[in-house]
Design a protein around this ligand. Structure first.
Ligand SMILES: [Mn+2]
Length: 373
């Protein structure tokens, strides 16, 4: 990976340096493994730079659609600067309008949608300053770590950058960084990094975010990470969230038996009804296990009156595109993500149609032709 736009990084550094003592910062982060590691690093880095953080919020998850209520709350708190982490803010151009009175810094690795944003918005994504072929592998935790390292010593937080990278499955582009990092922390290397101690921490963060408890558990988890000086301490504190993983593990172990098989195993669908939001934990683990290298994995879960979907494909299909096509015309439905990992949400009554469309669209003939496969 090479930096091809140093100017953008310099501008980022300037922007941070320009935050004054009287300014007030708000941070919005996606409460997943990558976003949670990012926010702890950013919070600590900004505190070390004596910046005044007035609000940290994880009210947006997976998407970012800010509205008047949140804007009013920010104004009441006299917020001047907003950071967003791991959230695709540029997907909705309305956000730019709502954010017009703030300086906003978007740190993210989702596909670029709206480059034409107003002057007060600063967008930093890997495709804007590196030559990476797959910029989505430069996840937000690694971005925050690398960027903030230019301003302040946060070498002691490297364990959080590693955890974020592993959590978002960004392994192949950061082999050297990960190998050296694990060695430094005396953690035994395993090719399947979810099986390392770092992998365990990603699972505990994901578990905390899975509780349907109004984000109480994920907030607690974020605070545990903040209070921890190293991986060991974090693992100890976060151990209590492991109860979710036992349920998840059972589904992973028995995935093939419990899933519905379609189109000569091109498509496997698992439908669940559990008190935790665990679709992406299951789909990620099943997809990265190596057991189904050429399968479109879909996990669907009922959540009140809606169905939440998580899809994984190991580059065999464009999951992002397929999900978007399958929800076309549905009211109050959304879909989005990356080529190998994507999610969707829709009303319960639309699920059957969605499923029929999906079965039609995932087959041998729609498989992506990707090099190095
Ligand atoms: Mn991410």
């Amino acid at each position: 990976m090479e930096i091809i736009n140093q100017r953008l990084i310099d501008k980022f550094v300037d922007l941070i340096n320009q935050i004054s003592n009287s300014d007030k910062v708000a941070i919005f982060y996606d409460p997943d493994g990558d976003g949670t590691c990012s926010v702890v690093m950013l919070q600590k880095a900004l505190e070390r730079l004596n910046k005044n953080i007035a609000l940290i919020s994880n009210e947006f998850h997976g998407s970012f659609n800010i509205g008047e209520d949140t804007v009013n709350k920010l104004k009441e708190k006299k917020i001047t600067h907003i950071f967003t982490l791991d959230l695709p803010v540029d997907y909705n151009a309305d956000n730019f309008k709502f954010l017009e009175d703030f300086k906003t810094i978007i740190i993210d690795h989702h596909i670029l949608q709206n480059v034409n944003h107003p002057h007060n918005i600063f967008l930093i994504k890997p495709q804007l300053f590196t030559n990476m072929k797959e910029p989505n592998y430069y996840c937000t935790s690694k971005l925050v770590y690398d960027l903030m390292l230019r301003l302040v010593d946060i070498n002691d937080l490297k364990w959080l950058a590693i955890t974020g990278l592993i959590s978002d499955y960004c392994w192949k582009d950061w082999d050297e960084f990960l190998r050296e990092g694990l060695k430094q922390y005396k953690v035994k290397w395993k090719d399947y990094l979810y099986d390392t101690d770092f992998g365990m921490l990603t699972k505990l963060i994901t578990a905390a975010s899975a509780f349907k408890d109004n984000r109480k558990s994920i907030n607690e988890c974020k605070n545990f990470l903040y209070e921890s000086n190293n991986l060991e301490e974090a693992l100890k504190k976060c151990k209590k969230f492991n109860v979710v993983n036992k349920v998840v593990d059972d589904y992973i172990l028995n995935f093939s038996q419990r899933a519905e098989h379609y189109n000569k195993d091109c498509l496997l669908i698992l439908e669940l009804d559990e008190p935790y939001s665990i679709t992406s934990s299951i789909s990620t683990a099943v997809s990265t296990s190596g057991k189904f290298p050429n399968t479109f994995i879909l996990v669907a879960q009922k959540n009140d009156e809606r169905i939440n979907i998580s899809a994984r494909t190991q580059h065999s299909w464009d999951a992002n595109k397929i999900l978007k096509e399958c929800i076309k015309g549905f009211k109050e439905a959304n879909a989005g993500g990356h080529v190998p990992a994507s999610g969707a949400s829709m009303k319960k009554e639309d699920y059957q149609t969605f499923k029929e469309r999906l079965i039609k669209s995932v087959n041998e003939s729609t498989r992506l032709k990707v090099k190095n496969q």
